[in-house]
Write a protein that binds this ligand. Structure first.
Ligand code: HEL
Length: 416
């Protein structure tokens, strides 16, 4: 793809901002136990989103291997969306900001909302042992519900072995249906990574057990609980949990997995059960629904204040001190002092970001239809800084090179 000099400069400043802002996903990072971190002091003014910067980040995701990308921002001036590239490499259909896609681990935030509603209903306690609800499931009675939701259980992530070889790993499970118990057994066949509660270590196993808790305590499949507690309540017409069905119905983006071998053709990974993920990663949604979900969550529409406080009380996930995890919820601290809450997702063929400010008044959802290409994911994460922090003042160096933002594109209404 060829970029104009203006674009190239915008891309590189956006990427730099993303790196400085520490927006690389915190996959599997260890961190020493740390005291809970209160939310950063809020900004007093609300910057307008820099949509040029958002588009530059989407283009950068494409320049780094994504066939297409989209973003949708909501704020005081309404919704604005942008889409670049294609949603289908065969038909050439353009990416569409309304398209549905697989949201991977953003599913963990949906699962957390359901479980925290069950805490509100006094059906379980956050600091009770998991084994008191699922007797004999885990090999250590000290592992609590909170340890699962904060990734501090020490239960190994079975997906590390499963996807050690990207395409063979994916093809081996693409059409499989696992039971929750089978996934837990895969984890328990490996050594535990930490003592309970001692360190943050991201693991899909934690949210598989969250799904088991939801099903045990409600007597219903997780799909029914997502539906009645979140999807119907918020009117999310593009959000579904169809496991073990493999199709994404309606207008959707196709997902393209990068093989490990350089130069090998992309694998169309759209149709899959995502049974390896289930309550840790199998939902489908679109940008508008993700905006509504994170806004409503942070805005207090899904949980009572005490539970929302528990969910947004975070500890650092790495040494940068800009990335944190609460209960099934990430917090990223941006360069302008704004903290945003939400989740990231990686599922074969799709990278997702879904974040909102603490007051729920601004939100951003973004997707690139590729995966196993970390640079594309990092580039996509570059949408957060321009969306929530606005335009950066041009540096002396960029001014000398004629760098400027294009005011004509900065505030267009939503399109596509
Ligand atoms: S990984 C993450 C992200 N989370 C975790 C979960 C999710 N997704 C997975 O566990 C899928 C892992 C395999 C994905 C695959 C690819 O890129 O499509 N990679 C390979 O096969 C590599 N050999 C922590 C990044 C999150 O952001 O929370 O979603």
């Amino acid at each position: 793809m060829s970029l104009s000099p203006h674009r190239r400069l915008t891309v590189s400043t956006t990427l730099l901002a993303a790196l400085v802002g520490g927006l690389v996903p915190a996959a599997g990072a260890y961190a020493a136990p740390a005291p809970a971190t209160p939310a950063a002091a809020p900004r007093t003014t609300t910057p307008a989103p820099d949509l040029d910067g958002v588009v530059a980040a989407l283009n950068s995701a494409m320049a780094n291997g994504a066939p297409g990308a989209l973003a949708r921002f909501t704020g005081p001036d309404g919704a604005k969306s942008r889409a670049v590239g294609v949603r289908d490499r065969v038909s050439g259909a353009a990416m569409d900001a309304k398209a549905r896609f697989r949201i991977g681990s953003v599913t963990k935030t949906f699962s957390s909302v359901v479980l925290l509603q069950l805490v509100q209903e006094k059906k379980l306690e956050l600091d009770a042992p998991v084994n008191s609800y699922l007797p004999g499931l885990l090999p250590d009675d000290r592992i609590t519900v909170r340890h699962l939701m904060t990734h501090r259980s020490g239960l190994a992530d079975y997906t590390e072995k499963m996807f050690a070889q990207t395409v063979p790993g994916f093809e081996a499970v693409r059409n499989r249906q696992f039971s929750y118990q089978e996934l837990v057994d895969l984890s328990l066949a490996e050594p535990r990574t930490t003592q309970p509660g001692v360190a943050y270590k991201y693991s899909n196993t934690n949210f598989v057990v969250v799904g088991m808790l939801i099903e045990k305590l409600t007597g219903n499949p997780v799909a029914k609980e997502y539906d009645r507690r979140i999807i119907k309540k918020l009117g999310l017409r593009n959000t579904s949990y169809v496991h073990p069905q493999t199709e994404i119905k309606g207008l959707h983006a196709r997902g393209y997995l990068h093989p490990d071998e350089a130069g090998a053709p992309l694998v169309d990974s759209t149709e899959q059960t995502v049974s390896w993920g289930q309550s840790a990663g199998a939902m489908i949604s679109n940008a508008a629904d993700l905006n509504t979900f994170v806004k409503s969550l942070l805005g207090g529409k899904l949980l009572k204040p005490e539970m929302l406080d528990a969910m947004t009380t975070v500890t650092p996930t790495d040494a940068t001190n800009t990335r944190h995890y609460g209960l099934g919820l990430r917090r990223y601290d941006l360069s302008c002092g704004t903290s945003v809450y939400g989740h990231t997702g990686t599922v074969q063929g799709f990278y997702t970001y879904a974040f909102a400010t603490k007051d729920g008044k601004r939100s951003l959802a973004a997707m690139a239809n590729t995966s196993n290409r970390g640079v594309a994911n990092t580039a996509l994460g570059g949408v957060l800084e321009p969306a929530f922090c606005g335009k950066k003042a041009p540096t002396a160096r960029s001014a000398a090179r004629g760098f400027s933002v294009n005011p004509a594109e900065a505030d267009l209404p939503e399109r596509r």
